[in-house]
Ligand binder design. Structure first.
Ligand SMILES: C[S@@+](CC[C@H](N)C(=O)[O-])C[C@H]1O[C@@H](n2cnc3c(N)ncnc32)[C@H](O)[C@@H]1O
Length: 457
């Protein structure tokens, strides 16, 4: 928490909202923000027995202190995501309200940097589809990097305004609107949010949220779920938007949460939302309200017969591509005009064709790499993917060697190696090496290189 005083009007608002709890809230804001992570169940190598669990998310854990995550090879390999604990409530909300065993189509409409997208990806069945959308183009690389680390192939990343999704009305089973907000719940963790706060910014955010919800609402199929969340406390951005949804074709859903979790159920005009306050839960401020779309008839959508610009790869290339995958028959392979090759899960080809015709700026499925003549250069995303074959040659690195790998240094190995080799740490792939004579070239993409100055390994 910074030493700057809380804005006067914010203090009044919170005094009114919290009453006798207000002093405890102020005290909590002076405490250090707890540090929590969420484990990637597909890369579960981290020992968690001695870590305090996050009560509402089976994969969530608190750390006793904040390590330098950048220098942890397991973090770089996508073994966990650093996520504020309150926002993991989405896991429990979906566990109670969604039929997660079914192959659901899910849209995370405001997705960057990808915290909740990684959570949604882990909750989905293997044949489910996750579209992670972010409107601000400069935030796409971080979203892409986080999703690549997480390593699931059933993901589409798109860069669109919510209003651009119109032709996908009725397509999704779940839409998460984790809305851009005034960030009152982040004042402890991110003092910048406090400096940007003003009553006018609250009004601005509430209006923008309503525009996003207006675009999101038609995208759901009958009985589809809309999750609306913010990391703020005020009524204009939370309960009033929740009420608006309940007046526009959505039925509010209640959760059963044990009182011992400290999450506050708030009901306004018969609409219920769930608020995390830092003096009641070990986490930051977070609001969540869940809605089911009332029955309407969803439009039938025709699936285009081909992709707009993706072409199937050549026959001779298929064998090479298949040799890199655990379950090769589950995928079909396509090439983009820029020669990049992609694997798309067979079960999702029709959905991907539909998305291809509906959205212009997007990336699909698993990026495999690129053919250069007869050679195939595998991509970094493939190294990190959970779909990669376990039988490919690799070399287990020490922690220091792993960090040197992420500094993009060339490694010196005891034995000469030839060809593509996976750099591994604790059995998890970190990226590609290629042995050429006595040298081992490091194929970490430039943009992934750790730029931090490291005095001691
Ligand atoms: C609260 S953040 C999302 C955090 C993300 N869901 C996560 O868990 O990591 C809100 C996101 O909405 C995006 N955004 C800003 N304006 C928007 C708009 N008009 N429509 C949709 N998204 C917007 C922001 O760029 C930001 O990435």
């Amino acid at each position: 928490m910074s030493n700057a005083p809380l804005p006067q009007q914010f203090q009044q608002q919170m005094q009114q909202q919290l009453g006798d709890d207000y002093p405890a809230f102020l005290t909590a804001l002076q405490q250090p923000a707890p540090v929590s992570i969420r484990i990637n169940p597909k890369k579960a190598v981290l020992k968690t027995e001695n870590l305090e669990p996050v009560l509402w998310c089976a994969e969530g854990f608190y750390l006793p202190e904040r390590p330098v995550f950048t220098l942890d090879p397991l973090f770089q390999a996508g073994a966990f995501y650093v996520q504020e604990a309150s926002s993991m409530l989405i896991a429990e909300a979906l566990r109670q309200t969604a039929r997660l065993q079914r192959p659901l189509r899910v849209l995370d409409l405001c997705a960057a940097p990808g915290g909740k997208s990684t959570l949604l990806a882990s909750l989905l069945a293997a044949d489910g589809l996750l579209v992670c959308n972010e409107v601000i183009r400069s935030r796409i690389p971080v979203l892409k990097e986080n999703m690549e680390k997480w390593g699931l192939p059933n993901v589409v990343i798109s860069n669109h305004d919510p209003e651009d999704f119109k032709s996908l009305n009725g397509f999704f089973d779940i839409v998460l609107v984790d809305a851009p907000c005034s960030g009152e719940g982040l004042f402890r963790k991110d003092p910048e949010a406090m400096l940007e706060w003003s009553p006018d910014s609250v009004v601005f955010c509430a209006t923008r949220q309503q525009r996003i919800l207006t675009a999101a609402a038609p995208l759901l199929c009958d009985d589809g779920l809309l999750l609306y969340s913010t990391c703020t406390y005020n009524d204009s951005e939370n309960s009033q938007n929740a009420e608006w949804l309940s007046e526009h074709g959505f039925e509010n859903q209640r959760l059963e949460l044990p009182a011992s979790w400290g999450i506050q159920e708030q009901t306004f005009n018969k609409v219920t939302g769930y608020q995390c306050y830092p003096h009641r839960v070990k986490g930051e401020g977070f609001f969540l309200s869940i809605f089911k779309k009332k029955q309407r008839s969803s439009p039938e959508m025709g699936v285009p017969r081909t992709f707009r610009s993706l072409k199937p790869v050549r026959n001779w290339q298929v064998k090479t591509l298949q040799s890199f995958l655990k379950n090769p028959d589950d995928y079909s392979f396509y090439v983009k005009p820029n020669e990049e090759v992609f694997a798309i899960p067979e079960s999702l080809v029709a959905d991907f064709r539909l998305l291809d015709s509906a959205l212009h700026n997007k990336g699909f499925g698993l990026e495999m790499g690129i053919f250069k003549g007869d050679d195939f250069i595998p991509s970094h995303a493939l190294a990190l993917s959970t779909a990669i074959a376990d039988t490919l040659p690799g070399i287990e690195l020490t922690r220091e060697e792993s960090i040197r790998f992420f500094k993009k240094e060339n490694l010196v190995l005891n034995d000469p190696v030839k060809g593509w080799l996976l750099a591994r740490y604790n059995g998890l792939n970190l990226g590609w090496l290629k042995g050429v004579g006595n040298r081992v070239n490091n194929y970490l993409p430039k943009e992934w290189r750790i730029r931090m100055d490291i005095k001691e390994y």
